[in-house]
Design a protein around this ligand. Structure first.
Ligand code: SF4
Length: 316
């Protein structure tokens, strides 16, 4: 049974007692801390639909990407605590304001509390699909637990080469763990849509292309085409933005994906016969990057904040 007293919720297996103030790799105790809740209109179309995805952004992270766009919350610098009851209320409020689903962004390290909040929210009338937006770095036990309440998996597959995952995420076991996790997610959630194209169940596998690391992307696309094509949807993201996190070594070039790299990616898609799913247009802007020190952390109109950690409550 996954718990905070001897925490082995993720593959880091820290075995710390988070209820007694000990901290593992994710940096979080047993109280839920969130950065914001918002209606987000920038997710993949079957997840966004008309009402937007009801995103809830959790503080802390089991990966610690050195280029994280949400670093203020993933490093635990920003965010406010909420109780299980308050989290269930936020889900209900997102549903009331038109959210197509509830989208738990980086919630792995709070899995037991999120499950408890979902049970509470369902008792209050929560009916929309539940989306698990994660890094794919999940244990078999965690996926078992998630399968009892999650409808849609939205994992972001990081990289296929263990030397790269060791350097970027301190996790040489990432490719092995994540590939196993993806297979289980896809097998346990067959694709299902309503008659308007809204996703009700299934898996969308994201992959963020890193500048200068295209071979890693090629290996992933090959693996995807051999193992999961047509059983899941692929979302290839080229929105990498140079982010300087205080105190971090620069591990990835501080530049956007180039036009030449974008052309190479198109060739890869042809090479592996991948023609469905989602492929972002190349954009070279950081205008959308959030700042969780602001009452409204997202500058883009694509994200409508309904709960802010700066005010510790709902935005009217
Ligand atoms: S959830 Fe946090 S404390 Fe628990 S095993 Fe993972 S990183 Fe360690």
């Amino acid at each position: 049974m996954l718990n905070y007293r001897n925490c082995q919720i993720c593959p880091r297996n820290c075995s710390v007692d988070r209820t007694a103030g000990e901290r593992g790799y994710c940096g979080q105790g047993s109280d839920i801390v969130i950065g914001a809740a918002a209606l987000h209109f920038g997710e993949e179309p079957p997840i966004t639909r008309e009402g937007g995805s009801g995103t809830i952004f959790f503080s802390g992270c089991t990966m610690g990407c050195p280029f994280c766009q949400n670093w203020q919350i993933s490093r635990g610098i920003a965010g406010s605590p909420v109780s299980v009851e308050q989290l269930s209320h936020i889900m209900i409020e997102l549903q009331k304001r038109g959210a197509e689903n509830i989208n738990f962004v980086t919630g792995t390290h709070y899995l037991p509390s999120i499950k408890a909040a979902v049970i509470m929210a369902k008792g209050k009338g929560l009916t929309i699909p539940l989306v698990w937006n994660c890094s794919a770095y999940e244990t078999a036990e965690a996926i078992d637990e998630l399968n009892s309440f999650i409808d849609i998996y939205l994992p972001d597959y990081k990289a296929s080469e263990s030397h790269l995952t060791e350097r970027l995420y301190n996790a040489s076991d990432y490719p092995e763990v994540a590939e196993k996790a993806l297979k289980v997610m896809v097998e346990s959630r067959k694709l299902k849509f309503d008659d308007k194209g809204k996703m009700l169940r299934g898996t969308v596998i994201r992959h963020l292309v890193l500048p200068g690391e295209l071979e890693s992307t090629r290996l992933f696309l090959k693996w995807y085409s051999e193992n999961l094509k047509e059983k899941a949807l692929l979302s290839l993201m080229v929105q990498y933005s140079p982010v300087l996190i205080p105190g971090n070594k620069v591990e990835i070039p501080l530049r956007y994906i180039s036009e030449e790299e974008y052309e190479i990616l198109l060739d890869y898609m042809d090479e592996f016969g991948i023609d469905d799913g989602f492929f972002q247009d190349l954009e070279k802007t950081s205008d959308w990057l959030p700042d969780f020190n602001n009452k409204i952390p997202f500058p883009s109109k694509q994200t409508k904040v309904i709960w802010s950690s700066v005010i510790g409550g709902f935005v009217l």
